[in-house]
Design a protein around this ligand. Structure first.
Ligand code: ATP
Length: 250
């Protein structure tokens, strides 16, 4: 198999006596959506925190595109190519959609807003931001303040912000949360195309969406991965059914 884009090696994290992440090893390969599922409290958010850099591991490493990024801060990881969209919005509510994306692009280029005087630089940022908004279907809403966008539009804007950074992979935390069925269907189609640009590590509670979208699924229970496989294998896995899916259908 080709080298993974993201490679989690033996990650562990305890909170006091509780092992929230217990020796987790998984890869994200080019072109795939790899979903993480598990019951409440299984350790999905903690694992995402370890990958994004918000939480430091007790043991293990995070490798991105062949480089060990375990010691890098959240911001440095983002610059190294980790694109994120989280449950808690990182958007600036009173900035337009366009300006939110421009800000992200500018952060990537590593200079602060007050140095942004050059008309050329401004034009380049604007064009890059417009391209990202077009990709997610939000260009007609470019001048609308983030706070005035619908919930689904804000989720798309967050993805546009991540996209504008030209990431090597995406970490998406509950992108379907609060979307109606039409919004979910549209996002499923979009993510299916996006994964070819940069693979996606996904946490999602909407099991229908997970089973429609994921190329591989890893199931976390008490901080450990109990199974990794194609959706059909996961659905048929008795251990998974007992630990999780059975519980859902019950
Ligand atoms: N900062 C913390 N301090 C102490 N315990 C924590 C902390 N963060 C998480 N935990 C605990 O670690 C375990 C894993 O939590 P985590 O939020 O990662 O699970 P999750 O799978 O994302 O859950 P959910 O689906 O409910 O969001 C839980 O028992 C939780 O209470």
């Amino acid at each position: 198999m080709a080298d993974p884009v993201l490679d989690l090696r033996g990650l562990s994290k305890s909170f006091g006596a509780l092992k929230a992440t217990d020796d987790v090893t998984l890869t994200l390969q080019r072109g795939e959506i790899h979903a993480l599922i598990g019951p409440n409290g299984a350790g999905k958010s903690t694992l995402m925190g370890l990958v994004s850099g918000k939480i430091a591991p007790d043991a293990g490493q995070v490798w991105l595109d062949g480089a060990d990024i375990t010691a890098l801060s959240v911001a440095r990881r983002a610059k190294a190519g980790l694109g994120r969209s989280f449950q808690v919005s990182s958007l600036i509510p009173d900035y337009s959609a366009l300006r939110n994306v421009m800000l992200a692009l500018q952060g990537r280029q590593g200079h602060s807003y007050r140095f942004l005087r050059s008309v050329n630089r401004d034009t380049a940022l604007r064009e890059g931001a417009r391209a990202a908004l077009t990709r997610v279907g939000l260009s007609p809403r470019a001048s609308v303040e983030a706070a005035m966008l619908s919930h689904g539009e804000r989720r798309l804007l967050e993805i546009a912000v991540a996209l504008a950074m030209g990431p090597k992979c995406f970490l998406l935390d509950e992108p379907m949360a609060g979307l109606g069925s039409e919004g979910t269907t549209r996002l499923v189609t979009f993510l299916n195309a996006l994964k070819h640009e940069a693979p996606i590590l996904l946490i999602e509670h909407d099991m229908d969406a997970v089973f429609r979208l994921a190329d591989r699924i890893s199931v976390l229970v008490y901080g450990r991965i109990i199974a990794t496989g194609a959706p059909a294998d996961i659905r048929a896995n008795p251990q998974v059914r007992a630990a999780y899916l059975g519980e859902e259908t019950a």
